[in-house]
Design a protein around this ligand. Structure first.
Ligand SMILES: [Zn+2]
Length: 332
């Protein structure tokens, strides 16, 4: 399949508007849609929040608001339109009602409930459908959704900060953050995109963290998960008393694979592990880490705690800067 530069541009725009729903639509994937008529983008839509309109329906609504006739237009959609009654009526129906002439899709729907169905329903109604435009980019955008559909477990992201020499903590001091304010904002954005945040008992005992999203706007808070098989944390800890959801796993903890299965059943698609080295190494040893974010600060700890994370099984590294910190993102 060869695509024109204009077609790529329209789908790029659909991917761009889909981003506006990040952190707000789970367990649904990010989806964007643009309607094009006579060479012009006449409307845009995206799945904005759980329970809200799907991207296609928002785009059709947007066209109506702007006074454009959708008849005969082409819809560029990042994901195959749904054809079942979920939280909203099917988008295939909306596209038919709107008189859309052609549909171009980036990625097929991996959900076994709807696979292939949306495309065939549209084709049977006489709409020309093409699929696969910027498919890899769309797959990257909904990485955690695809991972969850395939494995019924969350995509596991580890985030850990180290000093200039690789130490994760300074035992000469009370627990304190040693990264910049700007970096912390990035961490809160990361938390916003995760459905659950996990730490071990030691982190709660040493830091008493709240593990909530505070520095960026968020309608939802991730579920906190604390692994504490010997029930050691203080009952007055913030995670048990601040009113937000926490799963405190005590004697019922049956190991990480069973935990990931349980979180997958709860439709947790992305888990952020913010624990200390014991918890992180436990995940690494069991081969359960999909993404490892290593945040390195210029600080130097007086009484260091060395981490020695074995990252040799990761094949790709991306480098970024978060405030004053340099960040390496390892993926498989
Ligand atoms: Zn839909």
């Amino acid at each position: 399949m060869t695509w024109s530069a204009a077609q790529r541009e329209y789908m790029s725009r659909a991917l761009e508007v889909a981003e506006k729903g990040r952190g707000q639509v789970r367990p649904n994937p990010l989806v964007g849609c643009v309607l094009v008529k006579d060479g012009f983008v006449i409307a845009e839509g995206w799945h904005d929040h759980l329970g809200g309109l799907h991207a296609e329906q928002m785009a059709i609504h947007d066209a109506e608001e702007k006074g454009h006739n959708t008849n005969g237009s082409t819809a560029y959609i990042t994901l195959e339109p749904c054809n079942h009654f979920g939280r909203t009526p099917p988008c295939t129906e909306a596209l038919l009602w709107a008189g859309i002439g052609e549909v171009i899709i980036a990625h097929g729907d991996p959900n076994p409930l709807v696979r292939g169905d949306g495309i065939s329903v549209l084709e049977e109604a006489g709409i020309k459908v093409q699929s696969g435009l910027l498919e890899n980019e769309a797959a990257e955008q909904m990485r955690e959704f695809l991972h969850w559909c395939e494995n019924r477990r969350p995509y596991v992201t580890v985030k850990v900060a180290i000093d200039a020499n690789g130490s994760v903590d300074d035992l000469s001091k009370d627990a304190a953050r040693f990264t910049s304010d700007e970096c912390l904002k990035h961490v809160h954005n990361l938390r916003k995109d995760c459905c659950a945040i996990l730490v071990g008992a030691n982190t709660v005992i040493r830091d008493d963290p709240s593990l909530t999203v505070r520095l960026v706007e968020s309608e939802r808070q991730p579920i906190r998960v604390v692994i504490d098989p010997n029930n050691r944390i203080d009952p007055n800890s913030k995670v048990l008393n601040d009113g937000f959801a926490t799963r405190h796993l005590t004697s019922g903890f049956r190991g990480l694979p069973a935990l990931l299965d349980m979180l997958g059943d709860l439709e947790i698609q992305r888990l952020l592990v913010e624990g200390g080295p014991t918890t992180i190494n436990y995940f690494l040893e069991e081969g359960l880490v999909d993404e490892f974010i290593l945040v390195q600060s210029n600080a130097v700890h007086t009484t260091p705690v060395n981490s020695n994370f074995d990252l040799t099984s990761f094949s790709s590294v991306e480098e970024k800067t978060w405030g004053e910190e340099s960040v390496k993102i390892y993926t498989r």
